[in-house]
Design a binder for this molecule. Structure first.
Ligand SMILES: *C/C=C(C)/C=C/C=C(C)/C=C/C1=C(C)CCCC1(C)C
Length: 241
């Protein structure tokens, strides 16, 4: 448990504070989703399990990131991207699972995972090895983001949702699509605060981690809650019928 206790944080350290809040929020959300698995109908359990796993993986990384920040006052870029490379594909799995009953095939899942790996690998390179040219790598990374965005707003995922004739599913799907549009757009804003980026003169350098931490709380916990409420509504509809 050493990693839980190591960090000594300065009370003025706002960035560190958002890591701290982030780790607690992810932990609480994990417990919530795992416990609620028992309250939904069988076919929804996997979706809720994955919501819990996304928050669990993030919680573990947040404990490390908080420590790393407290010790080095430096962005924990490596842990950040390890977290994302595990959790973002799991969010793609969530899309696949809710659409599976309406005909989603594995190739939709692999396509979305490929887009997200593309997005994250090039984003990582732009934050590390090629930081001097972060804008170019950010633009390349954005192509992966656009791919996911397209799938969910116009592509095959959207069409499966439309064809489902299930208003509860459609409402949840549309909310998740907004998470991809507005929630995920938080990340490139943080990225653009890197020196030489569009926002580097506008926002201070420490904003990067604060913005990423806010993005994670919204997108991991919020996204999970949308899946959860879809599962609860669908389960109670079945119970009534
Ligand atoms: C739980 C973590 C999530 C949902 C992370 C999402 C990350 C992104 C949508 C990152 C996107 C980026 C760009 C679109 C361009 C600049 C580089 C990134 C990786 C920050």
């Amino acid at each position: 448990m050493n990693f839980l206790l190591n960090a000594v944080m300065n009370p003025q350290d706002y960035v560190g504070f958002t890591f701290f809040i982030g780790s607690m929020a992810m932990l609480a959300a994990t417990v919530f989703f795992f416990l609620e698995m028992g309250n939904v109908q069988g076919k929804w359990k996997t979706s809720i399990l994955i919501s819990g796993l996304i928050c669990f993986i993030a919680a573990v990384h947040y404990f490390y990131m908080r420590d790393y920040w407290a010790q080095n006052a430096e962005s924990p870029t490596f842990f950040r991207y390890v977290d994302w490379i595990l959790t973002v594909p799991l969010m793609c799995v969530e899309f696949y699972l809710i659409l599976k009953a309406f005909g989603a095939k594995m190739d939709l899942l692999w396509k979305m995972i490929a887009y997200s790996v593309w997005m994250l690998v090039f984003g990582y390179l732009g934050e590390t090895a090629f930081r001097d040219q972060s804008a170019i790598w950010g633009a390349v990374s954005t192509l992966g983001y656009i791919g996911i965005f397209y799938e969910v707003w116009f592509g095959s995922a959207k069409k499966l949702s439309q064809g489902s004739n299930d208003p509860i599913l459609q409402k949840a799907f549309n909310t998740l699509a907004w998470f991809i549009f507005a929630g995920w757009a938080i990340y490139p804003i943080g990225y653009m605060t890197i020196d030489g980026g569009l926002l580097s003169g506008v926002l201070p350098g420490e904003s990067l981690d604060i913005i990423y931490n806010i993005g994670d709380a919204i997108n991991k916990i919020g996204f999970g809650l949308v899946i959860y409420s879809l599962a609860v509504s669908s389960s109670s509809k079945v119970a009534e019928a």
